[in-house]
Design a binder for this molecule. Structure first.
Ligand code: NDP
Length: 279
């Protein structure tokens, strides 16, 4: 069994990205990330602070609009337009989740697709679904890069993804299909889940249910990618019961230190990509 060290792999990518950013700067191209935070959801505040810190470390200018959750749709749209029209801003990120009164999908679609760092907008998601990948959401991209880094071939493999969210399961399924995997997507209404996950050469779990996946869900020598992160009693737990499955599998990602650091690194990847070919 090999534990895939996502933290170390992410650092390797970030080192490479730091050099690319410096090179872009030498050519007169400065990267600017415009972040919009609506309300003060405590987790969102921390995520935003972390993203700003990462930008500082990478030599990227970060701009933050902290907006009240009472803001109207029209005002929020005005702020998005300001970033869309600001040449200093090369990428825009609206911290999710937005307060419930907003139609998040509709709001995300207002980001200029050439500045859509998260790749959640219709244009980038549509391009992914047509196998014309532009900007892929950071978590699916991070998982693809992890598999590539470990020389794990996906073409022809049975890949089972548990979870179909727009930020993980759906875009990841498309990305793997684009790479010739045979993909099955499972969700809450899936019947006999274990009988499906048991056929997976590569099992990817993104459900937000700590230690849900036990040994009987996993085939011998499978590759297991655990996306889940649940904080409980000061600890972080994945969706996979790591101790229960680790002896059975060929590869597994830990939580923390697996997919999470890769997600962070891929935001930088996307910012660089947008500044190179997104316009
Ligand atoms: P969502 O809540 O948006 O989606 C969860 C998905 O899991 C849904 O499709 C849901 O099905 C499915 N699901 C939930 N419970 C079950 C179950 N018992 N059996 C089968 N399917 C189930 O979550 P996210 O995709 O946003 O996040 C999932 C997890 O990944 C969370 O722990 C989150 O913190 C973590 N995460 C980690 C990231 C990282 O970088 N490591 C990045 C993003 C998320 P249905 O559609 O039927 O409701």
């Amino acid at each position: 069994m090999k534990i895939i060290d996502g933290k170390k792999i992410a650092e390797e990518y970030l080192d490479q990205y730091k050099k690319e950013i410096a090179e872009l700067k030498n050519n007169g191209i400065a990267l600017g990330l415009g972040i919009i935070l609506v309300g003060q959801n405590p987790s969102s505040v921390i995520y935003v602070q972390n993203k700003i810190r990462l930008c500082e470390e990478m030599g990227i200018n970060a701009y933050l609009k902290e907006l009240s959750e009472d803001i109207s749709d029209e005002e929020l749209i005005k702020h998005i337009e300001e970033y869309n029209n600001d040449s200093k801003i090369t990428g825009i990120l609206i911290q999710s989740p937005l307060p419930a009164k907003f139609d998040e999908g509709k709001i995300m679609n207002l980001i200029d697709s050439n500045k859509d760092v998260d790749g959640f907008g219709l244009h980038n998601m549509g391009a992914l679904s047509l196998n014309q990948e532009r900007i892929m959401a950071a978590t699916p991209l991070g998982i693809i890069k992890l598999l590539e880094h470990e020389n794990i071939e996906v073409a022809g493999k049975n890949v089972v993804i548990v979870g179909r969210s727009k930020i993980v399961g759906r875009p990841l399924a498309l990305a793997l299909l684009n790479r010739d995997a045979t993909v099955t997507i499972c969700h809450k209404k899936t019947k006999n889940l274990a009988s499906i996950t048991n056929k997976a050469d590569i099992l990817i779990v993104a459900i937000g249910q700590p230690k849900f996946i036990k040994a009987n869900y996993v085939k011998d020598d499978a590759i297991v990618i655990d996306v889940g992160i649940t904080r409980c009693d000061g600890h972080l737990y994945g969706d996979v019961d790591f101790e229960a499955v680790k002896e059975k599998v060929a590869y597994i990602t830990p939580v923390p230190g697996g997919v999470g650091p890769m997600t962070k690194a891929m935001i930088i990847h996307n910012l660089i990509k947008l500044s190179k070919d997104g316009r």
